[in-house]
Ligand binder design. Structure first.
Ligand code: SF4
Length: 333
Protein backbone atom coordinates (compact mmCIF):
# COMPACT_ATOMS: atom_id res chain seq x y z
CA UNK A 1 0.00 0.00 0.00
CA UNK A 2 1.28 3.46 -0.93
CA UNK A 3 2.11 5.94 1.81
CA UNK A 4 -0.43 8.73 2.17
CA UNK A 5 0.41 11.50 -0.32
CA UNK A 6 1.08 14.92 1.19
CA UNK A 7 -1.45 17.72 0.52
CA UNK A 8 -0.57 19.50 -2.71
CA UNK A 9 0.70 16.29 -4.37
CA UNK A 10 -0.37 15.74 -7.96
CA UNK A 11 -2.17 12.40 -8.07
CA UNK A 12 -2.81 10.79 -11.44
CA UNK A 13 -5.62 8.39 -12.32
CA UNK A 14 -6.31 6.14 -15.28
CA UNK A 15 -10.05 6.72 -15.58
CA UNK A 16 -12.69 8.69 -13.71
CA UNK A 17 -12.70 8.01 -9.95
CA UNK A 18 -14.42 9.84 -7.08
CA UNK A 19 -12.42 13.02 -7.54
CA UNK A 20 -14.14 14.54 -4.50
CA UNK A 21 -11.92 12.36 -2.28
CA UNK A 22 -8.70 13.78 -3.74
CA UNK A 23 -9.96 17.33 -3.47
CA UNK A 24 -11.01 16.78 0.15
CA UNK A 25 -7.47 15.57 0.90
CA UNK A 26 -5.97 18.71 -0.64
CA UNK A 27 -4.46 16.68 -3.51
CA UNK A 28 -4.37 17.85 -7.12
CA UNK A 29 -6.27 15.43 -9.40
CA UNK A 30 -4.75 14.68 -12.81
CA UNK A 31 -6.65 12.60 -15.36
CA UNK A 32 -3.75 10.94 -17.17
CA UNK A 33 -5.83 10.45 -20.32
CA UNK A 34 -6.35 14.20 -20.58
CA UNK A 35 -2.71 15.21 -20.19
CA UNK A 36 -1.67 12.48 -22.66
CA UNK A 37 -4.14 13.32 -25.40
CA UNK A 38 -3.76 17.11 -25.17
CA UNK A 39 0.06 16.92 -25.40
CA UNK A 40 1.51 18.23 -28.67
CA UNK A 41 3.55 15.01 -28.97
CA UNK A 42 0.72 12.57 -28.11
CA UNK A 43 1.49 10.46 -31.20
CA UNK A 44 5.17 10.22 -30.30
CA UNK A 45 4.27 9.14 -26.77
CA UNK A 46 2.53 6.05 -28.17
CA UNK A 47 5.47 5.26 -30.47
CA UNK A 48 7.86 5.90 -27.57
CA UNK A 49 6.22 3.15 -25.51
CA UNK A 50 6.57 0.75 -28.44
CA UNK A 51 10.25 1.62 -28.74
CA UNK A 52 10.53 0.57 -25.10
CA UNK A 53 9.04 -2.81 -25.93
CA UNK A 54 5.26 -2.35 -25.59
CA UNK A 55 3.37 -4.53 -28.08
CA UNK A 56 1.88 -2.95 -31.18
CA UNK A 57 -1.38 -4.74 -30.31
CA UNK A 58 -2.02 -2.92 -27.02
CA UNK A 59 -4.43 0.02 -26.91
CA UNK A 60 -2.76 3.39 -27.60
CA UNK A 61 -4.35 5.03 -24.54
CA UNK A 62 -2.43 2.70 -22.21
CA UNK A 63 0.86 3.26 -24.03
CA UNK A 64 0.28 7.01 -24.09
CA UNK A 65 -0.44 7.08 -20.34
CA UNK A 66 2.70 5.04 -19.65
CA UNK A 67 4.99 7.41 -21.56
CA UNK A 68 3.22 10.43 -20.09
CA UNK A 69 4.03 9.18 -16.60
CA UNK A 70 7.68 8.70 -17.56
CA UNK A 71 7.69 12.40 -18.48
CA UNK A 72 5.98 13.39 -15.22
CA UNK A 73 8.02 12.57 -12.13
CA UNK A 74 5.90 15.34 -10.57
CA UNK A 75 3.04 12.79 -10.39
CA UNK A 76 4.42 10.38 -7.77
CA UNK A 77 1.14 8.61 -6.98
CA UNK A 78 -1.32 6.99 -9.37
CA UNK A 79 -4.81 5.69 -8.64
CA UNK A 80 -5.37 2.71 -10.90
CA UNK A 81 -8.87 1.41 -11.56
CA UNK A 82 -8.46 -2.36 -11.54
CA UNK A 83 -12.13 -3.20 -12.05
CA UNK A 84 -14.56 -1.25 -14.19
CA UNK A 85 -12.03 -0.06 -16.75
CA UNK A 86 -9.90 -2.73 -18.44
CA UNK A 87 -7.35 -5.45 -17.83
CA UNK A 88 -4.68 -3.43 -19.65
CA UNK A 89 -4.85 -0.99 -16.75
CA UNK A 90 -4.21 -3.82 -14.34
CA UNK A 91 -0.98 -4.75 -16.11
CA UNK A 92 -0.03 -1.09 -16.35
CA UNK A 93 -0.38 -0.85 -12.56
CA UNK A 94 2.00 -3.77 -12.06
CA UNK A 95 4.57 -2.22 -14.36
CA UNK A 96 4.36 1.16 -12.62
CA UNK A 97 4.62 -0.47 -9.21
CA UNK A 98 7.72 -2.41 -10.33
CA UNK A 99 9.22 0.89 -11.44
CA UNK A 100 8.69 2.40 -8.00
CA UNK A 101 5.57 4.50 -8.50
CA UNK A 102 3.15 4.68 -5.55
CA UNK A 103 -0.11 2.97 -6.54
CA UNK A 104 -3.57 3.21 -5.01
CA UNK A 105 -5.95 0.62 -6.52
CA UNK A 106 -9.66 1.37 -6.87
CA UNK A 107 -12.44 -0.96 -8.00
CA UNK A 108 -15.93 -0.28 -9.25
CA UNK A 109 -17.89 -3.37 -8.10
CA UNK A 110 -19.36 -5.69 -10.69
CA UNK A 111 -22.30 -5.95 -10.59
CA UNK A 112 -22.90 -2.50 -9.16
CA UNK A 113 -23.52 -2.77 -5.46
CA UNK A 114 -23.84 0.14 -3.06
CA UNK A 115 -22.15 -1.47 -0.04
CA UNK A 116 -19.09 -2.54 -2.02
CA UNK A 117 -18.74 0.81 -3.74
CA UNK A 118 -19.06 2.54 -0.38
CA UNK A 119 -16.24 0.30 0.91
CA UNK A 120 -14.03 1.26 -2.03
CA UNK A 121 -14.69 4.96 -1.48
CA UNK A 122 -13.86 4.56 2.22
CA UNK A 123 -10.60 2.76 1.36
CA UNK A 124 -9.69 5.53 -1.09
CA UNK A 125 -10.56 8.15 1.53
CA UNK A 126 -8.19 6.50 4.01
CA UNK A 127 -5.44 6.05 1.41
CA UNK A 128 -5.61 9.76 0.61
CA UNK A 129 -5.49 10.74 4.28
CA UNK A 130 -8.87 12.44 4.57
CA UNK A 131 -12.23 11.64 6.14
CA UNK A 132 -15.86 11.17 5.17
CA UNK A 133 -17.15 14.55 6.38
CA UNK A 134 -14.55 16.42 4.32
CA UNK A 135 -15.43 14.38 1.22
CA UNK A 136 -19.14 15.05 1.73
CA UNK A 137 -18.42 18.76 2.05
CA UNK A 138 -16.51 18.79 -1.28
CA UNK A 139 -19.29 16.78 -2.89
CA UNK A 140 -21.79 19.47 -1.85
CA UNK A 141 -19.48 22.27 -3.02
CA UNK A 142 -19.17 20.74 -6.48
CA UNK A 143 -22.92 20.54 -7.06
CA UNK A 144 -23.26 24.06 -8.59
CA UNK A 145 -20.34 23.29 -10.92
CA UNK A 146 -21.93 20.03 -12.02
CA UNK A 147 -25.22 21.91 -12.57
CA UNK A 148 -23.39 24.37 -14.84
CA UNK A 149 -22.02 21.45 -16.87
CA UNK A 150 -25.55 20.10 -17.23
CA UNK A 151 -26.61 23.56 -18.44
CA UNK A 152 -23.79 23.55 -21.00
CA UNK A 153 -25.05 20.18 -22.21
CA UNK A 154 -28.62 21.52 -22.48
CA UNK A 155 -27.42 24.48 -24.55
CA UNK A 156 -25.82 21.92 -26.87
CA UNK A 157 -28.85 19.78 -27.65
CA UNK A 158 -31.79 22.10 -26.96
CA UNK A 159 -30.71 25.40 -28.50
CA UNK A 160 -27.52 24.56 -30.39
CA UNK A 161 -25.76 27.54 -28.77
CA UNK A 162 -22.87 25.29 -27.73
CA UNK A 163 -20.96 23.42 -30.45
CA UNK A 164 -20.17 19.72 -30.19
CA UNK A 165 -16.47 20.24 -29.72
CA UNK A 166 -17.04 22.87 -27.04
CA UNK A 167 -19.34 20.45 -25.24
CA UNK A 168 -16.64 17.77 -25.48
CA UNK A 169 -13.89 20.09 -24.22
CA UNK A 170 -15.71 20.96 -21.01
CA UNK A 171 -17.38 17.63 -20.24
CA UNK A 172 -14.22 15.58 -20.81
CA UNK A 173 -12.35 17.86 -18.41
CA UNK A 174 -14.88 17.26 -15.64
CA UNK A 175 -13.01 14.13 -14.54
CA UNK A 176 -10.32 16.32 -12.93
CA UNK A 177 -11.51 19.94 -13.50
CA UNK A 178 -7.98 20.63 -14.77
CA UNK A 179 -6.83 20.10 -11.18
CA UNK A 180 -8.52 23.30 -9.99
CA UNK A 181 -12.35 23.29 -9.74
CA UNK A 182 -12.53 27.00 -8.82
CA UNK A 183 -10.60 28.14 -11.92
CA UNK A 184 -12.47 25.62 -14.08
CA UNK A 185 -15.78 26.95 -12.71
CA UNK A 186 -14.85 30.53 -13.61
CA UNK A 187 -13.86 29.53 -17.14
CA UNK A 188 -17.14 27.62 -17.52
CA UNK A 189 -19.19 30.53 -16.12
CA UNK A 190 -17.65 32.97 -18.64
CA UNK A 191 -18.10 30.50 -21.48
CA UNK A 192 -21.79 29.98 -20.63
CA UNK A 193 -22.42 33.72 -20.45
CA UNK A 194 -20.97 34.12 -23.97
CA UNK A 195 -22.82 31.06 -25.31
CA UNK A 196 -26.19 32.34 -24.07
CA UNK A 197 -25.73 35.47 -26.16
CA UNK A 198 -25.38 33.42 -29.37
CA UNK A 199 -28.39 32.87 -31.63
CA UNK A 200 -29.92 29.36 -31.50
CA UNK A 201 -28.55 26.99 -34.16
CA UNK A 202 -30.60 24.32 -35.86
CA UNK A 203 -28.80 22.96 -38.88
CA UNK A 204 -27.61 19.69 -40.25
CA UNK A 205 -27.96 16.16 -39.08
CA UNK A 206 -28.19 15.57 -35.31
CA UNK A 207 -25.80 12.88 -34.13
CA UNK A 208 -24.78 11.30 -30.87
CA UNK A 209 -21.31 9.99 -30.14
CA UNK A 210 -21.21 6.84 -28.03
CA UNK A 211 -18.34 4.71 -26.78
CA UNK A 212 -15.07 5.80 -25.28
CA UNK A 213 -13.78 9.29 -26.18
CA UNK A 214 -12.35 9.25 -29.73
CA UNK A 215 -8.57 9.43 -30.15
CA UNK A 216 -8.82 11.23 -33.53
CA UNK A 217 -7.51 14.79 -33.56
CA UNK A 218 -9.95 16.33 -36.06
CA UNK A 219 -13.22 14.42 -35.74
CA UNK A 220 -15.30 17.40 -34.62
CA UNK A 221 -13.85 19.73 -37.25
CA UNK A 222 -14.72 17.26 -39.95
CA UNK A 223 -18.25 16.62 -38.65
CA UNK A 224 -18.94 20.36 -38.57
CA UNK A 225 -17.87 20.58 -42.21
CA UNK A 226 -20.48 18.00 -43.29
CA UNK A 227 -22.48 19.67 -41.46
CA UNK A 228 -23.39 17.69 -38.38
CA UNK A 229 -24.44 18.83 -34.92
CA UNK A 230 -23.07 16.47 -32.28
CA UNK A 231 -25.69 16.89 -29.56
CA UNK A 232 -24.94 13.91 -27.34
CA UNK A 233 -21.59 12.69 -26.07
CA UNK A 234 -22.24 9.65 -24.00
CA UNK A 235 -19.07 9.16 -21.95
CA UNK A 236 -17.92 12.79 -21.53
CA UNK A 237 -21.45 13.53 -20.25
CA UNK A 238 -21.12 10.65 -17.82
CA UNK A 239 -17.86 12.14 -16.54
CA UNK A 240 -19.81 15.26 -15.59
CA UNK A 241 -22.18 13.18 -13.37
CA UNK A 242 -25.36 14.85 -14.66
CA UNK A 243 -27.89 13.19 -12.34
CA UNK A 244 -29.30 14.66 -9.13
CA UNK A 245 -28.17 12.34 -6.31
CA UNK A 246 -28.53 12.07 -2.55
CA UNK A 247 -24.85 11.50 -1.88
CA UNK A 248 -21.45 10.69 -3.37
CA UNK A 249 -21.94 6.93 -3.41
CA UNK A 250 -25.20 7.23 -5.33
CA UNK A 251 -23.50 9.57 -7.79
CA UNK A 252 -20.86 6.96 -8.62
CA UNK A 253 -23.46 4.16 -8.68
CA UNK A 254 -25.46 6.00 -11.34
CA UNK A 255 -22.32 6.68 -13.37
CA UNK A 256 -22.72 4.16 -16.21
CA UNK A 257 -19.23 3.70 -17.68
CA UNK A 258 -17.61 1.20 -15.28
CA UNK A 259 -20.50 -1.23 -14.91
CA UNK A 260 -22.49 -3.38 -17.35
CA UNK A 261 -23.68 -2.10 -20.72
CA UNK A 262 -27.38 -2.24 -19.87
CA UNK A 263 -27.46 1.02 -17.90
CA UNK A 264 -25.50 2.58 -20.75
CA UNK A 265 -28.17 1.41 -23.18
CA UNK A 266 -30.94 2.96 -21.06
CA UNK A 267 -29.01 6.24 -20.88
CA UNK A 268 -28.42 6.27 -24.65
CA UNK A 269 -32.08 5.40 -25.39
CA UNK A 270 -33.26 8.32 -23.27
CA UNK A 271 -30.87 10.68 -25.07
CA UNK A 272 -31.93 9.45 -28.51
CA UNK A 273 -35.53 10.27 -27.70
CA UNK A 274 -35.05 13.54 -25.79
CA UNK A 275 -32.40 14.97 -28.14
CA UNK A 276 -34.14 13.81 -31.33
CA UNK A 277 -31.04 12.11 -32.70
CA UNK A 278 -30.93 11.08 -36.36
CA UNK A 279 -28.16 8.57 -35.79
CA UNK A 280 -25.22 7.51 -33.67
CA UNK A 281 -21.52 7.21 -34.24
CA UNK A 282 -20.05 4.41 -32.15
CA UNK A 283 -16.38 5.10 -31.64
CA UNK A 284 -14.25 2.04 -30.92
CA UNK A 285 -10.58 1.85 -30.05
CA UNK A 286 -8.24 -0.62 -31.75
CA UNK A 287 -7.40 -3.56 -29.50
CA UNK A 288 -10.10 -2.61 -26.97
CA UNK A 289 -12.48 -5.26 -25.57
CA UNK A 290 -15.31 -2.73 -25.72
CA UNK A 291 -15.50 -3.27 -29.48
CA UNK A 292 -17.47 -6.42 -28.67
CA UNK A 293 -20.26 -4.25 -27.25
CA UNK A 294 -20.97 -2.86 -30.72
CA UNK A 295 -23.24 -5.82 -31.34
CA UNK A 296 -25.33 -5.09 -28.25
CA UNK A 297 -25.70 -1.45 -29.23
CA UNK A 298 -26.96 -2.44 -32.66
CA UNK A 299 -29.33 -5.08 -31.28
CA UNK A 300 -30.84 -2.77 -28.69
CA UNK A 301 -30.97 0.67 -30.26
CA UNK A 302 -33.43 1.39 -33.01
CA UNK A 303 -31.66 4.00 -35.14
CA UNK A 304 -28.82 4.10 -37.69
CA UNK A 305 -25.38 3.50 -36.17
CA UNK A 306 -22.01 3.97 -37.84
CA UNK A 307 -19.09 2.27 -36.10
CA UNK A 308 -15.69 3.80 -36.61
CA UNK A 309 -12.34 2.69 -35.22
CA UNK A 310 -9.29 4.71 -34.27
CA UNK A 311 -5.84 3.58 -33.25
CA UNK A 312 -3.51 6.52 -32.57
CA UNK A 313 -3.83 10.26 -32.05
CA UNK A 314 -3.93 11.18 -35.74
CA UNK A 315 -6.33 13.01 -38.06
CA UNK A 316 -9.12 10.90 -39.55
CA UNK A 317 -7.95 8.53 -42.27
CA UNK A 318 -9.41 8.85 -45.76
CA UNK A 319 -11.62 5.78 -45.48
CA UNK A 320 -13.22 6.92 -42.22
CA UNK A 321 -13.88 10.37 -43.69
CA UNK A 322 -15.66 8.78 -46.64
CA UNK A 323 -17.73 6.51 -44.39
CA UNK A 324 -18.78 9.46 -42.21
CA UNK A 325 -19.71 11.50 -45.25
CA UNK A 326 -21.79 8.67 -46.73
CA UNK A 327 -23.53 8.02 -43.40
CA UNK A 328 -24.48 11.67 -42.98
CA UNK A 329 -25.61 11.83 -46.59
CA UNK A 330 -28.00 8.91 -46.08
CA UNK A 331 -29.37 10.45 -42.88
CA UNK A 332 -29.88 13.82 -44.53
CA UNK A 333 -31.96 12.25 -47.28
S1 SF4 B 1 -9.75 2.18 -24.82
FE1 SF4 B 1 -10.33 0.14 -24.12
S2 SF4 B 1 -8.40 -0.99 -24.01
FE2 SF4 B 1 -7.91 1.19 -24.09
S3 SF4 B 1 -7.71 1.84 -21.95
FE3 SF4 B 1 -9.81 2.26 -22.59
S4 SF4 B 1 -10.98 0.42 -22.00
FE4 SF4 B 1 -8.80 -0.14 -21.97
Amino acid sequence: MATIPKPGTRVGFTTTIPVEVLLAAGLTPVDLNNIFITAADAYERVSGAEEEGWPRTVCAWIKGIYTTLQLHPDIPTVIVVTQGDCSNTHALMELLEAEGRAIIPFQFPYPRQRGQLQGQIEALTAACGTHEAAVHHVWQELQPLRAKLAELDRLTWETGQVRGQENFRFLIASSDFHGDPAAFGEELRDFLAAARRRPPQRQGVRLGLVGIPPIFTDLFDYLEELPVQVVFQEIPRQFSMPYPCRDLTEQYLRYTYPYDIFARLADIRAAVSQRRLDGLIHYTQSFCFRQIQDRLLRQNLNLPILTIEGDRPTPLDHRTRLRLEAFVDVLRR
